[in-house]
Design a protein around this ligand. Structure first.
Ligand SMILES: [Zn+2]
Ligand SMILES: [Zn+2]
Length: 257
């Protein structure tokens, strides 16, 4: 891979690869890591938000395509936190959601509103899952069953052993999770096939080198939470590993010569 082959940049007059911001990949897809934790709010995480952004810039230079990531800190959501300055500085989309804990395992919530927060004690480790999915939808957000194939904290086991309801409640799962084994991700795929669920991918990064390992490929650019919720609700998308984004990067590199 050529040293300058930054995957999502428009060529500049100077030939510098400084504008690695919001242009689509060569395959027209938009790649976001939908699941990450940082030192800012998850005490089991060692990665800083800036560290993640820097890592993504470095990955792009190696031909990978990562447009950005969503911070989903454990059991909390601080509406005052925002990362627009870092986002601009590094040309990386940085959005925020949360990972909450329910009676069917962990759930990623995007598009969190004050109304949603008022309805739940986010610190709880056993929120009623059907209420969480419903409230997310009704308050303009979107919920995803996290690492669905993992024992205890993923949806599949609760469906298999307790017969919890999926239809009419859960519409999407994190099928590809960077912290899960192949078997666990396979179990997520079986669940998705059985119930016709949409699938996303996320790294579940707690440390810098893990960010972007697993991603969700969207058909449209996403630079706001509103756009993310819109695409998750109505758009088409699928999970990918970061290796699968190399093709997009390679093509882009050729175009730039
Ligand atoms: Zn989790
Ligand atoms: Zn997580």
């Amino acid at each position: 891979m050529a040293r300058h082959a930054s995957v999502c940049s428009h060529p500049t007059d100077s030939g510098q690869d400084t504008t690695i911001t919001t242009s689509p990949s060569a395959d027209g897809l938009w790649y976001l890591d939908l699941h990450s934790h940082s030192t800012d709010a998850s005490d089991d995480a060692g990665g800083t938000v800036e560290g993640y952004a820097k890592w993504i810039v470095a990955r792009r230079k190696r031909g990978y395509h990562i447009d950005g990531f969503v911070l989903t800190e454990h059991r909390q959501y601080d509406p005052a936190t925002e990362y627009s300055a870092l986002s601009e500085q590094y040309g990386v989309t940085i959005l925020r959601g949360a990972e909450v804990e329910t009676d069917i395992g962990h759930v990623l919530v995007y598009g969190i509103t004050p109304e949603f927060v008022r309805g739940f004690d986010l610190k709880s480790v056993a929120l009623p899952y059907a209420d969480v999915f419903k409230a997310a939808r009704e308050t303009g957000g979107f919920a995803v069953a996290a690492h669905a194939g993992r024992p205890r904290i993923g949806l599949a086991e609760h469906v298999d052993t307790r017969g919890v309801a999926v239809e009419g409640i859960v519409t999407a799962i994190e099928q590809l999770n960077g912290g899960s084994s192949n078997e666990e991700n396979g179990r997520g795929q079986e669940l998705a096939d059985r119930f016709g669920l949409k699938c996303v991918g996320g790294s579940d990064a707690h440390f810098v080198s893990a960010i972007g390992r697993c991603l969700t490929a969207f058909r449209r650019p996403i630079i706001s939470v509103e756009e993310l919720v819109q695409e998750l609700t109505h758009g088409e998308y699928h999970p990918v590993t970061v290796e699968q984004t190399l093709e997009a990067g390679a093509t882009s590199g050729e175009v730039r010569g």
